[in-house]
Design a protein around this ligand. Structure first.
Ligand code: KIV
Length: 319
């Protein structure tokens, strides 16, 4: 239990005494807003109400994203780069993903929580894929798992759905195929590729996925797919006609240390905010401006008087 909570559970304690480092508190569902489910996504598509989705990888970000009213929170394997500093998404493991999904679960209450299945966790065989997907539900508290690939993953996706696990599809620029694609390139730019993407989308639709992420494809192709399938489409670099849009949390906040892709819109500069705060703290410590007397703990009056007496006596003895 958190120290502040522990103290209040035992009848409280003076605020002065509370040494809590991060008094964040437990997050509860906001009853004034609906809980988003996979059925809500379908309703939003039918009602032409755009679906909003952002990635989150830790408790604080998840909580902020959820409290801001975002419909879906994706614990994307993009955390490989954004949180863990890996070169690409291929290295991140099931255990690393689960660690982040659990933290995000504690912060998300109203949004639909989607967990990305990392590279290698579903490619080997269907049994292992179901086992790993079930870990995200059972241990991580995810409500949907996301799998990259279209037509060729349809049977596998059916197996996972048979195990009562909702699945999100992901087609177009699928980062786990970076070596096959020969880089992060926009997909679906010629007629054969468009035909394949249409087949992929229809196969996922028929397999019964909860939604289809469309990444890095021309606007025209995303428009056709969105019109063709009953499943809600969530675009990233796929133009405005998708049923919803997803962006990476770190991208919209300038926390990526590099040039942004064309589709990224920066909504804030957390890098500048953090750098300024860190530099200001450093300067305050170096110049003895932090901490002030108000930011320090003090002895109770009687103890202070007693201590002064003891110190006076010691000084007198030394003379
Ligand atoms: O990992 C991720 O963040 C994703 C989104 C970009 C769709 O898969």
């Amino acid at each position: 239990m958190h120290r502040a909570q522990a103290l209040s559970a035992f009848g409280g304690g003076a605020l002065e005494d509370i040494m809590s480092l991060t008094p964040i508190g437990v997050r509860r569902i906001d009853e004034s807003r609906p809980k988003i489910t996979i059925a809500t996504l379908r309703e939003q598509k039918l009602d032409h109400q755009p679906i909003t989705c952002l990635t989150a990888y830790d408790y604080a970000a998840a909580r902020l994203v959820d409290e801001a009213g975002i419909d879906m929170v994706l614990v994307g394997d993009s955390l490989a780069q954004a949180m863990l500093g890996y070169e690409n998404t291929l290295s991140v493991t099931m255990d690393e993903m689960l660690h982040h999904v659990k933290a995000v679960r504690r912060g998300v209450k109203n949004a639909l929580l989607v967990a990305d299945m990392p590279y290698g966790s579903y490619q080997v065989d269907a049994q292992e894929a179901v086992r790993n997907a079930a870990r995200f539900m059972k241990e991580g508290g995810a409500e949907v798992v996301k799998i990259e690939g279209g037509e060729k993953r349809a049977d596998l996706i059916r197996h996972i759905i048979d195990a009562e696990i909702p699945v999100a599809g992901h087609i177009g620029l699928t980062p786990q195929s970076v070596n096959v694609m020969g880089g992060y390139k926009v997909q679906g730019k010629n007629l054969n590729a468009i035909e394949q993407l249409m087949r992929d989308a229809v196969a996922l639709d028929r397999a019964g996925v909860a939604c289809i992420f469309l990444e890095g494809i021309p606007r025209e192709v995303a428009t056709m797919i969105t019109a063709e399938v009953g499943t809600p489409t969530i675009g990233i670099g796929a133009g405005p006609e998708c049923d919803g849009q997803v962006l990476v949390f770190h991208d919209i906040l300038n926390l990526t240390f590099g040039p942004a892709a064309k589709f990224v819109r920066r909504y804030g500069d957390a890098a500048a905010l953090i750098t300024n705060a860190v530099q200001a703290f450093r300067a305050d410590v170096r110049s003895h401006q932090y901490p002030s007397d108000e930011e320090s703990y003090h002895l109770p009056k009687e103890t202070k008087a007693g201590l002064d007496t003891v110190l006076d006596r010691k000084r007198a003895m030394r003379r």
